[in-house]
Design a protein around this ligand. Structure first.
Ligand SMILES: *Cc1c(COP(=O)(O)O)cnc(C)c1O
Length: 339
């Protein structure tokens, strides 16, 4: 049975699906994979995830391709990053094979929610791990639950691929210089909500954070990585406090393939003066092109897109990555897991 869903207008929210899959780590080992129809989790009230933030997650997508086949984009990379996040929060790393098997299972069990080719929508896959053993002393849990839920999400650009403005606000940091910025943990998001809300109130789509130590270099753009085209090169921040975005890494490869030089380095704020294009990148949007960056502390506006439209490099990279995910062109690097 196919779902009667208005795919093109689905928000990035939670649309209930039929099943989720779970696995529990207990007595030093991962148990059997469980399939459930319940969307509830029963927890001990002293679980470490509730008190000390032992929570990590991932985000990836499955697509229905032009050939009708279902593809999951860069599954292994997400599995590895989740292991890094687990180590960073002293949690139990999920074996790569278990991660992959459970993702595939969650997608297959909810096949009727995979949006059709051409709708611009996709099936968002959200793996999460939490510490569940009770403790009121500060320590890491001995038991964990790993859950994968999936939910269909609509196209990120409902009115077409377009630019938004972002802002620099020095009064906020998302993470500490040697903190948890490079791990995908819920705590980083909790720490960024006030800044994000403030930026939205002022009419900006995201905060462009500066490095938390010196406040000199560009760091992360809200919940996404940042890159700019400067002197014809694809330049993206090198920093210990940003999350290594798999989209960014993919775009860097595609840029090189297009003959564009790639630099991962510190980028000082005033270099934005020379940027001809810029974007925030991540699984949700691939690229969200930047129109202007406004430095609110000195009221300086760096106009990036002079005509207000996404530039040629952003557009080409965006189209290329989408074409790979949808099976419209050759997947040279084997980024897709075809089901
Ligand atoms: C998930 C995330 C990204 C994007 O990573 P992708 O792998 O490209 O989806 C960037 N920054 C932060 C803080 C994130 O949590």
């Amino acid at each position: 049975m196919k779902e009667d869903i208005d795919w093109a207008h689905l928000p990035f929210g939670y649309y209930p699906t039929d099943y989720n899959v779970r696995c529990t780590y207990r007595d030093g080992k991962w148990g059997e994979i469980e399939v459930t129809q319940s969307d509830k989790v029963e927890l001990h009230m002293a679980a470490t995830c509730l008190h000390y933030g032992q929570e990590i997650f991932e985000g990836l997508k499955a697509f229905r391709g032009r050939d009708g086949k279902v593809r999951i984009f860069r599954l292994e990379e997400n599995a590895r990053r989740m292991q890094d996040s687990a180590r960073g929060l002293l949690m139990e790393p999920i074996p790569e094979e278990l991660f992959k098997e459970m993702c595939i299972k969650a997608v297959q069990l909810n096949e009727r929610f995979i949006p059709p080719y051409g709708s611009g929508a996709s099936l968002y896959i959200r793996p999460l791990e939490i510490g569940i053993s009770p403790s009121v002393g500060v320590r890491s849990a001995s038991e964990y639950i790993f859950i994968i839920l999936v939910t269909p999400v609509g196209p990120y650009f409902k009115t077409g691929f377009g630019c938004t403005d972002i802002c620099i606000m020095r009064q906020y940091d998302r993470v500490a210089p040697r903190g948890t910025g490079r791990y995908k943990c819920g705590g980083n998001y909790a720490a960024s909500l006030v800044a994000g809300e403030h930026a939205h109130e002022l009419g900006y789509s995201a905060v462009l954070y500066l490095d938390p130590k010196e406040k000199k270099y560009l760091d992360e753009c809200g919940p996404a990585n940042f890159f700019a085209i400067i002197d014809g090169k694809y330049v993206t921040p090198k920093s210990d406090s940003i999350l290594p975005s798999i989209t960014n890494r993919s775009l860097m490869q595609l840029a090189r393939d297009m003959g564009i030089e790639v630099e991962e380095r510190h980028i000082s704020v005033d270099e934005l003066e020379r940027a001809t294009e810029a974007g925030a990148c991540g699984t949700a949007a691939v690229i969200s092109p930047v129109g202007s960056v406004v430095d609110l502390d000195n009221d300086h506006r760096y106009v990036i897109a002079k005509d207000g439209k996404p530039g040629p490099v952003c557009t080409a990279l965006y189209e290329r990555l989408n074409a790979i995910r949808l099976g419209e062109c050759e997947d040279t690097y084997g980024w897709n897991t075809v089901l």
